[in-house]
Design a protein around this ligand. Structure first.
Ligand SMILES: Nc1ncnc2c1ncn2[C@@H]1O[C@H](COP(=O)(O)OP(=O)(O)O)[C@@H](O)[C@H]1O
Ligand SMILES: [Mg+2]
Length: 336
């Protein structure tokens, strides 16, 4: 149920341009992680390096006992089948209807007969809420539906790892909320390891178990959601709180003089906002890999900002959790 990915000292260059260097992180098996960063920081390049579509200049990508950059072609091809990837635009074939688009990996990579293909395609289309749209062409449907079709296609080979490249780009806030819920529900259902690249702060704050931030060719921080949401590190703080004052400028990187001017003014990054409760599966079950609210903070002696973990109904999820876990019985995973 989901595999761990261990990235060690990963560096990627294109010619003389260093995209990022010495990136190390572990995506825990079955958990949802988010990678944040200003545009152009190499998030898509990172995803492509994880699947082995791009070769890093240095470093390792361990999936079990296989180190992707070192694998011979045939093993790399095999290992890639563990991944499902949702590319930014859905990457559907414009001249193929949704059924054929979603069936494509099955026809390409397996020897399944047409009735099996049909059963699997329909199962995945149902999982993403696309039943009835089999005959539609990508150009005839909304952006949100195209994302879901791309997601269904990423699911057909029953991946252990799913990579999402800006699933929320181009979607309105309501569609983004639906898609985020779908992602959490899918994770609960299939238990694969998820990595979501986004620059939607709300997605980053509410969906994942872990958050990472890429900035200026470095992975600034990677860790449990509560660690980043309570962090005082200026870049993390600015990015997760969408503030203007801080190291990140409009042109992605402020120049030194601008930063010095701000330092002189004694720019106040403000108080940390409350940590929202994490999005739960819509059937109310607890994901097997879900962490108890407040557990990282407690373990590290960090006091959360006032108002944290309180939902729209005024319930405090740190208080509620033990009772909630008990009421869900044995289906609760790590939630204690
Ligand atoms: N195949 C490539 N060859 C050369 N440069 C590339 C290639 N792919 C991406 N880049 C460069 O890498 C940088 C990061 O790109 P990208 O990963 O798309 O950023 P992000 O997804 O964070 O917006 C950009 O400067 C881009 O021009
Ligand atoms: Mg990108």
């Amino acid at each position: 149920m989901g595999v761990e990915i261990r990235v060690e000292g990963l560096t990627k260059r294109f010619g003389r341009q260093t995209i990022w260097e010495d990136v190390s992180l572990t995506l825990p098996a079955g958990e949802i992680s988010v990678l944040l960063g200003p545009s152009g920081t190499g998030k898509s390049v990172f995803l492509k390096t994880l699947v082995g579509l791009l070769k890093p200049d240095r470093g390792n990508v361990w999936i079990g006992d296989r180190n992707l950059p070192q694998l011979p072609e045939d093993l790399l091809y095999e290992t890639r089948k563990l991944f499902g990837v949702l590319f930014q635009d859905g990457a559907l074939f414009g001249s193929m209807n949704l059924f054929d688009n979603i069936a494509f990996p099955l026809r390409e990579h397996t020897k399944k007969n047409e009735s099996e293909v049909k059963r699997i395609v329909q199962e995945k289309m149902e999982m993403v809420g696309l039943i009835g749209a089999e005959g539609k062409l990508p150009g005839e449907i909304s952006g949100g539906m195209r994302k879901r079709a791309g997601l269904a296609r990423a699911l057909v080979l029953d991946p252990e790892i799913i990579l999402f490249d800006e699933p929320d780009s181009g979607l309105d806030p309501v569609r983004t909320a639906y898609l985020n819920q779908l992602i959490v529900d899918l994770n609960a259902q299939i238990g694969a390891t998820f990595l979501i690249v986004t620059h939607d702060i709300n997605t980053a704050r509410t969906v994942p178990d872990n958050i990472g931030l890429l900035f200026r060719r470095e992975l600034i921080m990677f860790g449990q959601r509560e660690m980043l949401l309570s962090s005082e590190e200026p870049v993390v703080r600015q990015f997760l709180n969408a503030r203007r004052v801080g190291p990140i400028g409009m042109s992605e990187e402020k120049d030194i003089s601008e930063l010095e001017a701000e330092a002189k003014l004694g720019s106040d990054p403000g108080k940390l906002p409350p940590i929202a409760p994490q999005l739960m599966p819509s059937d109310g079950r607890i994901r097997p890999t879900q962490h108890a609210p407040g557990s990282w903070l407690r373990a590290h002696g960090v006091t959360p900002p006032p108002g944290s973990f309180i939902d729209d109904l005024g319930r405090d999820w740190v208080q509620e959790w033990p009772r909630y876990v008990a009421s869900m019985g044995a289906s609760a995973g790590r939630g204690l």
